[in-house]
Design a protein around this ligand. Structure first.
Ligand code: DP6
Length: 329
């Protein structure tokens, strides 16, 4: 067993090809449906956790800013789980840094809670399996359970804490896909995913979406394993459109797209019709992930930059699992 103290972990963000939307248990973040994603190697969070007798309560510093309130409580809840598992009673200093621009509209909760789970467990002297770390990360942010394993990942929804975790279905080098993230807004989203999930069941379409998920998961997994871009593109866009149909028909309605989001959607469909293997997928915000094979990435990125309303394009390739690194002094 490691001694109680300090540990640093690094973890990638991920992009879902089959989306998680809605919870069967919001406290434990058990999802309404399974999902599939790819880790994003260039979008990472570094987190150091230090359990120390010098503190009377947990502290959180993100990108150089001290955070309190709801953000700190969410982190403390995960630390509390770790303290119970390790039978320790020390507060922790948490220092976290995203390498992607803050406020870029890129989801950071997945990489954040995956890195936090690994760093906190190690700092508390626990040796957890990948599965256990994935479950722990899930309690902080659902999609974070998918950033614990490497490469292409599937999250089995499960019905209990111990049956809901993610695992790799293929390593990062299985398929040279590139995610070109078109940034169309840097504003903070009005409705974040946590409150969004709780609205899912107000849409009459959610039940049909959830019931049909095993079929979409199966098609997506097969397309990924066979590197069949045509089948992959069709299911990825259909799944994103289905989730946004649920969002747009919730009460209140969640409309995440901006005009530039739709301009990119139309451009991607046009490029694909002209023969470029490319597809889009959109999370709970206006920015749009454009997925292509490595051979087309340079052109796709350049063409995205020409679309009015596209402020920037970030690119990432399949990333590895969450891992421990040397802590700063
Ligand atoms: C639209 O994992 O961000 O990106 O558990 O409340 O943190 P919380 O939700 P989160 O939800 C992700 C929603 C999504 C789809 C996905 O990544 O599968």
């Amino acid at each position: 067993m490691m001694s109680i103290g300090k540990a640093t972990a690094v973890s990638c963000a991920n992009i879902a090809f089959i989306k998680y939307w809605g919870n069967s248990n919001p406290q434990l973040r058990l999802p309404a449906n399974g999902s599939i994603s790819m880790n994003l190697d260039r979008l990472v969070t570094h987190t150091t956790v230090h359990f120390t007798p010098d503190l009377r309560s947990d502290t959180l510093n993100l990108n150089g800013r001290t955070l309190i309130g709801a953000q700190l409580s969410r982190v403390s809840d995960l630390l509390e789980r770790v303290r119970r598992m390790a039978s320790i009673d020390l507060s922790a200093e948490v220092v976290s840094e995203n390498n992607f621009p803050t406020g870029s509209g890129i989801a950071s909760s997945a990489s954040a809670f995956s890195a936090l789970a690994l760093a906190a467990a190690a700092a508390a002297g626990l040796t957890l399996s990948e599965q256990e770390l994935s479950m722990l990360a899930r309690t902080g942010s659902g999609s974070a359970c998918r950033s614990v394993p490497g490469g292409f990942v599937e999250w089995k929804p499960g019905t209990t804490h111990l049956s809901s975790y993610a695992f790799s279905i293929a390593p990062p080098d299985h398929w040279e896909l590139v995610d070109c993230v078109a940034i169309v807004s840097r504003e903070h989203k009005v409705t974040g995913s946590t409150s969004g999930h709780s609205l899912a069941d107000t849409s009459p379409l959610q039940a049909a979406r959830v019931e049909d998920t095993p079929r979409r998961i199966e098609i997506c997994r097969r397309a990924l394993l066979a590197r069949d871009f045509e089948a992959f593109a069709a299911i990825v866009e259909a799944d994103s459109n289905l989730m946004h149909a649920v969002m747009q028909t919730s009460t209140p309605a969640l409309l995440y797209w901006l005009p530039a989001t739709m301009a990119v959607m139309h451009a991607v469909q046009r490029w694909r019709a002209l023969g470029t293997p490319v597809c889009y997928t959109i999370d709970a915000g206006p920015n749009i992930h454009v997925i292509c094979e490595a051979g087309s990435a340079e052109r796709v990125e350049a063409d995205l930059r020409k679309i009015p309303g596209v402020i920037d394009v970030l690119t990432a390739q399949p990333g590895g699992p969450a891992r421990l690194v040397r802590s700063p002094a």
